[in-house]
Design a protein around this ligand. Structure first.
Ligand code: ADP
Ligand code: MG
Length: 607
């Protein structure tokens, strides 16, 4: 009997492999985008038409390929990403199997143009069904462009299996979103049937999430950060109130690779516990960074599932990171107005201040959204104390609820017709009596908070007026700062500045925000740029956030500045109208409160 086993011709082998790797147009999109990322690109363009059936093209500015590499790239098992078996345990690239281009070329018409940055000319290769039709030198931009036409032209079964254009386009955009979220520092553009559907500029994670999902997502995000010896977790979860009725907007990335993991998903759902109904799905975009040796990516052909060395530890870290983030988030004043009528009264009774710090609109603003989470006991207490101040002011009385000499609580000494006068201590602290004792406010931290929220509001619907300067001030900046200010000055101007480019490396300041009295504008602007650079690099914050924070810290009342009683009262008013009055934007506490009981116990101490 003759031997009858033979090797399959490459074209057929590739076509079979394609069945696994390229299931639909979206799979080809994924492979091309990942190749562009592996090539170190900073700008990537995705062009599709007719849901990818007519054209899928990816243009990148990555390393490009030499003529030989360009040809090699279409061979099966041709990859530049691993060389030895050990490399398999240290994979940081997206691809490594060397199958994608060979598979795609087996089932479509491909045109590749590629040029290494250092080469004067590039290479153009045209392949149809694994067969090279043309190969020649060509003029092209550095980087790589791969265009796939007529996908599945020779595999009718696969072609007929495709869903409607809407569905296939959705799949493509889903893949795109995952990749764009995983690489916030890469700029992406998508043209779908000649219409630009995305143009994402490089930035931090928050900016990318907002770019992908829409600007109203900014306020929905709660940052998550956990770093341990095994794993680093960063990213965002959605506030519980915004959990959706349908799944989606749930992303895990392990070493920048999108993965599906019902097990890890459970860790998150578990952390949200009672905060959302079981029928709701919270948003999350979480990046897990882990030593590649601790994971096995090679489980699933399209690499969406991976194995962890110890999944249970990761589960535990993830759950605790999310819980902690939620805990921090719920620290913001979330008051149940139903239960605390006093607080509503307090808010209603407040008017915009008429003092030197005026400008913050009436307090209803930040609290208008109905918040139902329970306030912590401490928060409620703080508000009750403040409520006492406000009521006393209205009645022009001061109520010292003293039990210095009488042990029974509730015995008050009333001083009619006396305004509560705060006291400034060492030009840094403001001391004021409250019903239960006293509060001590750090003037700098407090004013920083007030300005920060005012500046943030300026980006919304509360613009800050600018007071024109009698003598416009020229700013002299180095080129880097000039460029940065050029990018930022429109935003800065929204906060009440009037800064215009002047020529050379100079800007001129025509106006500064009202209510900011003294400042060395050159120093302030340089300070803003400095802080902006620092924060923008180190923190998952939006640029606006950074800007408001930087400006607040530069322009606020500093320790060492004397304040009149009127100014102190205004500052206190403004502080407690803030959304997060208890801390400065940098996290420092703005005030402490000491109860009479605490004070008394100090006196009661015996030798
Ligand atoms: P893999 O990505 O698994 O290595 P592919 O078939 O996707 O396999 O690609 C084969 C090889 O072609 C890659 O290893 C890489 O060297 C090269 N390549 C593919 N796309 C690009 C690109 N956009 N820029 C530079 N090189 C590329
Ligand atoms: Mg690849």
């Amino acid at each position: 009997m003759p031997d009858y086993i033979h090797l399959l011709p490459d074209a057929i082998a590739n076509q079979i492999a394609a069945g696994e790797v390229i299931q639909r147009p979206a799979s080809a999109v994924k492979e091309l985008l990942e190749n562009a990322i592996d090539a170190g690109s900073t700008e990537i363009q995705l062009i599709i038409s007719d849901a990818g059936k007519a054209l899928i093209q990816v243009v990148d500015n990555g390393c490009g390929m030499s003529e030989t590499d360009a040809r090699m790239s279409f061979e099966r098992h041709a990859t530049s990403k691993i060389k030895t078996a050990e490399d398999l345990f240290n994979i940081r690239s997206m691809g490594f199997r060397g199958e994608a281009l060979a598979s795609i070329a087996a089932i479509s018409h491909v045109e590749l143009k590629t040029r290494k940055h250092e080469d004067p000319l590039g290479t153009r290769i045209v392949i149809e069904g694994s067969e090279v039709i043309a190969q020649e030198a060509c003029q092209c931009n550095p980087g790589t462009s791969i265009a796939i036409k007529n996908l599945f032209y020779n595999t009718p079964a696969r072609r007929n299996f495709l869903k409607s254009k809407t569905v296939e386009t959705r799949h493509i955009l889903d893949e795109f979103q995952r990749i764009a979220l995983a690489h916030p520092n890469i700029s992406f553009r998508v043209l779908n049937n000649n219409i630009e559907t995305y143009h994402l500029l490089p930035g931090n994670m928050r900016k990318r999430i907002v770019g992908v999902f829409g600007s109203n997502y900014n306020e929905r995000l709660v940052p998550v950060e956990e770093s341990t010896s095994v794993i680093n977790i960063t990213g965002f979860i959605g506030k519980p109130d915004f959990a959706k009725k349908t799944r989606g907007e749930q992303y895990f990335f392990v070493n920048n690779r999108y993965i599906k993991s019902p097990y890890l998903n459970h860790a998150i759902v578990n952390a949200f516990e009672d905060l959302i109904p079981s029928s709701a799905y919270p948003l999350y975009v979480l990046m897990l960074d882990i030593d590649p040796a601790r994971i096995d990516i090679n489980v699933h052909p399209t690499k969406q599932e991976i194995k962890f060395e110890d999944e249970r530890i990761i589960y535990a870290y993830l759950r605790s990171a999310v819980k902690r983030a939620l805990g921090h988030h719920s620290l913001t004043p979330t008051l149940d107005f139903e239960r605390e009528p006093g607080i509503t009264d307090f808010l209603k009774s407040r008017k915009p201040s008429d003092s030197g710090y005026a400008g913050q609109a009436s307090p209803g603003g930040p609290f208008q959204a109905t918040q139902t989470a329970k306030p912590t006991q401490k928060e409620t207490q703080a508000w009750q104390e403040l409520y006492a101040i406000s009521r006393n002011k209205d009645k022009q009385t001061i109520t010292l609820q003293s039990n210095w000499d009488k042990p029974e609580p509730g015995l008050a000494i009333e001083m009619e017709n006396t305004q509560v006068v705060p006291y400034q201590l060492h030009k840094r602290l403001i001391i004021s009596p409250i019903k239960s004792g006293m509060i001590i406010i750090d003037q700098q931290a407090a004013h920083e908070r007030v300005l920060y929220e005012r500046f943030m509001a300026a980006f919304g619907d509360k613009p800050i007026a600018s007071q024109q300067q009698l003598f416009p001030k020229k700013l002299e900046l180095n080129t880097a700062d000039f460029e940065l200010l050029k990018d930022l000055h429109t935003e800065i101007n929204r906060m009440g500045f009037d800064i215009q480019a002047f020529g050379g490396n100079d800007f001129v300041v025509h106006g500064i925000p009202v209510d900011i009295t003294e400042m060395n504008i050159q120093e302030v602007i340089e300070g803003i740029l400095e802080q902006f650079k620092q924060h923008n690099e180190s923190m998952a914050d939006t640029p606006r956030n950074n800007l408001a924070r930087a400006l607040a810290s530069q322009a606020c009342i500093k320790t060492g500045q004397g304040l009149s009683a009127k100014e102190m009262i205004a500052l206190m008013d403004e502080l407690f109208a803030c959304q997060e009055f208890y801390k400065a934007p940098n996290g420092r506490q703005t005030f402490i409160s000491i109860s009479l009981d605490e004070l008394r116990s100090q006196f009661d101490k015996k030798e």
